[in-house]
Design a protein around this ligand. Structure first.
Ligand code: AMP
Length: 249
């Protein structure tokens, strides 16, 4: 079984994001960029399935600028076999990405497509669901366990009330939750080896896909600053403050 994994290049999760002065977005110039953390988990899961003999080839895909090649190389160093960059300089949005992934899924015919449950920059949590709908494939979102069998895959999902296990007919779309696995660090020899693995660049038009953004960002603003706290001397004082100052009781 071939596995397709989608990886997005995002602002590193350790970076304190700053809003641009004109409110049109966040600063990305001279900011450390990395693979979206949920996508590292997706790559790790694919590599583990290959190591367990359940997968034969792992193809990683990113939709983004030329620099997203670095993200794809990281995935190759973790153990993916080859990479495809759908190169574009427009801001990528879930529907456009889902359409590009659909075109590639139709070409590559994977048994499984694994994505992160959400990208930490747009927090959309939409691409995997849209992709499954466009393809008409089964979907298992927020996976904390993935067990493939003959023609099916059992996906344990993290839901509000606890855990739910769904049996999906392959081919299927799976999105990863935090507890699915702990991604490995790429070793130096594997980073060197990854430089020689195939990385193909295609453009959206070549896939017959229009990536033009459909959503318009009106304004981006910092959350309001939190006011400092105060220490109260007694429960009575706390209750009084909650009544008269915070007015919440
Ligand atoms: P989102 O729906 O934007 O929260 O993203 C969910 C998942 O879709 C991510 O974790 C990625 O696996 C995938 N994805 C989103 N945008 C891209 C992109 N530009 N390139 C590759 N994968 C993406």
């Amino acid at each position: 079984m071939k596995i397709l994994v989608a990886v997005k290049r995002v602002v590193d999760y350790n970076v304190k994001v700053r809003v641009k002065a004109d409110g049109t977005g966040v600063e990305t110039a001279n900011v450390k960029m990395s693979m979206n953390p949920f996508d590292e988990i997706a790559v790790e899961e694919a590599v583990r399935l290959k190591e367990a003999g359940r997968a034969t080839e792992i193809v990683v895909v990113s939709v983004g600028p030329a620099q997203a090649q670095e993200t794809l190389r990281t995935a190759l160093a973790m153990g993916a076999d080859r990479a495809i960059l759908v190169q574009t300089d427009v801001e990528t949005q879930p529907l456009g990405v889902a359409k590009a992934l659909k075109a590639l899924a139709e070409k590559e015919q994977p048994g499984l497509v694994i994505l992160g449950k959400q990208a930490i920059d747009d927090d959309a949590n939409q691409t995997g669901q849209m992709l499954a709908a466009l393809l008409g494939w089964a979907q298992g979102t927020f996976a904390s366990k993935v067990v493939p069998a003959e023609g099916t895959v059992a996906v344990t999902r993290e839901i509000d009330g606890g855990l739910e296990t769904v049996d999906l007919k392959l081919p299927a779309v799976v999105t990863t939750d935090l507890r699915l696995n702990e991604p490995r660090y790429a070793s130096l020899p594997n980073i060197m080896k990854a430089k020689k693995k195939p990385l193909e660049t295609v453009d959206a038009a070549g896939l017959g896909v229009d990536l033009t953004p459909r959503l318009k960002t009106l304004k981006v603003a910092e959350p309001p600053k939190r006011a400092g706290g105060v220490k109260v001397g007694s429960v009575q004082e706390l209750v009084a403050k909650l009544k008269t100052e915070a007015r919440v009781i």
